[in-house]
Design a protein around this ligand. Structure first.
Ligand SMILES: [Zn+2]
Length: 321
């Protein structure tokens, strides 16, 4: 949904709310005839306010104060009359979805929060970041699960702290022609958490991000190949500002999926479009499965992040935290 579609949707709901309120107002006046009188007096009050501005300026405040009092009295009378008949005081006021902007979509010249929220939600839904990934942010990524020594000189925690900081910097300074990242490491080491944290941060900065599993991406290409889907639906993988391919190597691998991956990768590299790939495969497994060329492109063009530690999901289950 574009901003314009969201605004026109807002306008429709505003019109519907006003219409529904009008109907309730007509019904009220039939049922409680005094309401009609009070409303007529309220209308005359607004005319009095306009007249007051034309009169003697030195007594303007006093006169406005008196009119305001009259107005408040009428409103109170109206409210108690409604309550006596079992209605809420705002029974025939329009019930807007957003009370901040009365469903106009604007606060002054700016978009209301409700429009911005809706727009962001649309982008999230379209990004492939499901609700399971929503809560995986930089703020709740915990380094406490990483302990012990890694194969390098760094401890697991030192290594993961470096990776965490690198990812955060990457997301904050993202540009649509920036670096690509290859996240390597076993299951449960936080690759999905950090890649979705990057996705959310980059999305919130207004970029077009797509997050999808390798399997689902290749399924998309397969569907187009067999005429089950429109080519436009896979173009997004080529054109998005940031493509995040989750769990490469877990897909059902065929010559076709290897060819698709290779050409998608080449296309994005040739057009300087960043890609983040996470995989449980070791570099050697990547070479063996996707071939020498893919392997050397990944090793040569991607920033390699080696996730280390113990499977966090198992640690959480065993309660060792
Ligand atoms: Zn609003």
């Amino acid at each position: 949904m574009t901003i314009n579609e969201i605004l026109s949707h807002k306008l429709e709901s505003r019109i519907a709310a006003v219409k529904a309120a009008d109907l309730r107002s007509i019904q009220l006046k039939k049922e409680i005839p005094q309401i009609e009188e009070i409303d007529a007096s309220l209308r005359s009050v607004s005319i009095k306010i306009m007249d007051a501005a034309l009169g003697d300026r030195s007594t303007l405040n006093e006169r406005l104060e008196a009119i305001k009092k009259e107005n408040d009295t009428l409103l109170l009378k109206r409210a108690s009359l409604l309550e006596q008949h079992g209605y809420s005081a705002d029974y025939d006021s329009p019930q807007f979805e957003c009370t901040l902007c009365s469903d106009s979509g604007y606060i002054g010249l700016y978009f209301c929060e409700c429009v911005k929220k809706r727009f962001n939600k649309e982008r999230y839904t379209g990004s492939g970041l499901g609700s399971a990934l929503y809560d995986k942010t930089f703020d709740n990524f915990s380094l406490k699960y990483y302990s012990g020594k890694s194969e390098s000189d760094l401890s697991h925690r030192e290594n993961m702290t470096l990776i965490y900081n690198q990812c955060k910097r990457y997301a904050q300074r993202f540009t649509p022609s920036g670096d690509s990242i290859l996240m390597i490491g076993g299951t449960g080491l936080g690759k999905t958490h950090l890649s979705s944290a990057v996705a959310q941060e980059v999305l919130s900065n207004g970029y077009f991000v797509l997050y999808d599993s390798a399997q689902s991406i290749f399924d998309g290409y397969e569907a187009v190949r067999f005429g089950k889907d429109n080519r436009e639906n896979i173009k997004k993988y080529e054109n998005c500002d940031l493509l995040i391919i989750d769990d490469l190597g877990a897909e059902c691998m065929t010559q076709y999926t290897v060819a698709v991956f290779s050409s998608l990768l080449n296309w994005r590299i040739a057009n300087s479009k960043p890609t983040i790939i996470s995989t449980n495969f070791t570099p050697q497994q990547i070479k063996k499965s996707y071939g020498e060329r893919v392997y050397s492109r990944l090793m040569g063009e991607f920033l390699i992040m080696r996730f280390t530690g113990q499977d966090i999901r198992l640690l959480k289950l065993s309660g060792k935290n």
